[in-house]
Ligand binder design. Structure first.
Ligand code: SAM
Length: 442
């Protein structure tokens, strides 16, 4: 551990410093969060995926033993029933207090821990724009959102200032989980420790202030902004919030109103009792959260809806053969079929990676279904043809093998403990495996 970092921590923590240093020798906290759009917490615990200890931070988040291995390949994970998330990382969305119907922007979203938590709270209502600036990380974000099965979401790959131009005044809630020096991640990512310097902390703080300016533009009047980091430095936390409030006299710092964590570090006249800090001594690796409200008027960008596409007969037939309930909105875009509950939106310059559910692709007058169609939580109890696999069959399926099951013709949703995990195509004798090659386990 770098001496200069420890010296700063000593100044920040004073009498708590020794307790902090002790935690550096302990294993990092690990956790998971149950995806309540697919399964209730009670039903998930009955699956006995692993030992789960409740966290005080979020009712859907649990501590798991640090020695627990291979959970990423567990059928419950691949079926999108949970997301691996260290409990303190679930604090910011608890503070954001998302309500059904809200329009929410997650400005720095990859790999998707907080976006998947927000989408679960929305329960397929409102809108979530889940944005990531780095293209490769945006692809990871999309695959996580797909696995957990969300539909009323738009996944974008844009800079915050680009979002501010096209989405001015749109959102009830905005989360800025900012890129930071990651001092709370040192145990998990050695690189964060290698990269650490006072100069790096200062450059992160500059970038955070710029991101917050764009976030401000996207907020509605009376909209809520939550700013969070997984670092301890005062420059990236209290100072960023203080400067932001100084530049925006229509923004009010609100009390986070949660029972976890502790007050911030004393900084000028900022009321640090309102913000939350979590340290390893508070049962989390490290997070800072501040909540603010915009009272001023917003400049509102126009929202443009896309008209639904009238589907060709074969596409209609595909949907009718698969689902007991038909989607409200359908869109054909570059031979791909998308489904959504609420109208599709059009953006001028922003790169949209996914909007709604990607149901499949047109191939010679038929639809070749996509994994998202079967992972979508909205569809999970609507499939007309399903096959419930035993654990052994599921293991074979996830490895890419066909299943010797007769009596099934056409596309079939394959279930593990009643939860769709993928699909196959039956020819009456065999279920041919359609689990995406990149997702198969070895
Ligand atoms: C702390 S991570 C977000 C973690 C995510 N919220 C989650 O819970 O999984 C911060 C993200 O901000 C992105 N980022 C980096 N520079 C950025 C910038 N200038 N503007 C917006 N986002 C940026 C990073 O690529 C990274 O994915």
């Amino acid at each position: 551990m770098k001496e200069q970092f420890l010296q700063r921590m000593k100044e920040y923590l004073q009498e708590d410093y020794e307790a902090y240093v002790k935690t550096l020798e302990e294993d990092a906290y690990r956790g998971l969060r149950v995806n309540t759009t697919k399964i209730s917490v009670e039903a998930f615990l009955q699956l006995s995926v692993c030992e789960c200890k409740p966290s005080a931070i979020c009712p859907e988040t649990f501590y798991i033993p640090h020695q627990e291995k291979g959970l990423g390949n567990h059928p419950a994970h691949l079926a999108g029933l949970f997301y691996m998330q260290e409990p303190s990382a679930s604090s910011a969305v608890e503070v954001l207090d998302v309500q059904e119907g809200d329009w929410v922007l997650d400005m720095c979203a990859a790999p998707g821990g907080k976006s998947t938590q927000i989408a679960a709270k929305l329960q397929h209502s409102g809108l979530l724009v889940s944005n990531e600036i780095e293209a490769k990380r945006a692809a990871v974000l999309m695959s996580n959102m797909e696995r957990l099965g969300f539909s009323e979401c738009m996944i974008t790959n844009a800079r915050p200032d680009e979002l501010a131009k096209e989405m001015g005044g749109w959102f009830d809630k905005v989360l800025v989980d900012a890129p930071c020096s990651g001092e709370g991640m040192f145990k998990k990512h050695a690189k964060a420790m290698d990269d650490w310097s006072v100069e790096h902390v200062a450059s992160c703080a500059m970038r955070q202030k710029l991101i917050l300016e764009s976030a401000y533009e996207t907020l509605k009047e009376e909209g809520i902004l939550v700013y969070s980091t997984c670092t301890y430095s005062m420059e990236e936390n209290e100072e960023v919030v203080y400067e932001f409030l100084k530049h925006h006299d229509d923004m009010e710092l609100l009390d986070c109103q949660v029972n976890f964590g502790r007050s911030g570090f004393s900084y000028r006249d900022l009321d640090v009792t309102k913000v939350r800090r979590i340290f390893p001594m508070d049962q989390g690796e490290g997070h800072f959260v501040a909540k603010m409200k915009k009272h001023g008027q917003a400049v509102i960008s126009r929202k443009k809806e896309v008209a639904d596409t009238a589907l060709p007969m074969f596409a209609q037939a595909f949907l009718k053969s698969q689902l007991a309930k038909q989607p409200a909105h359908t869109l054909l875009l570059q031979d791909k079929l998308y489904l959504k509950q609420t109208p599709f939106l059009k953006l001028k310059k922003i790169h949209i990676l996914r909007q709604g559910i990607l149901a499949g692709e047109i191939m010679k007058n038929r639809i070749e279904p996509h994994q998202h169609f079967y992972s979508a939580s909205l569809h999970q109890d609507k499939f007309l043809q399903t096959y419930d696999m035993c654990d052994e069959e599921c293991h074979l399926f996830l490895q890419g093998h066909p299943l010797s099951v007769s009596g099934y013709k056409g596309y079939t949703a394959l279930l593990w403990h009643q939860h769709p995990i993928g699909f196959a195509k039956g020819d009456g004798m065999v279920l041919k495996n359609k689990y995406p090659k990149g997702m198969r386990i070895r």
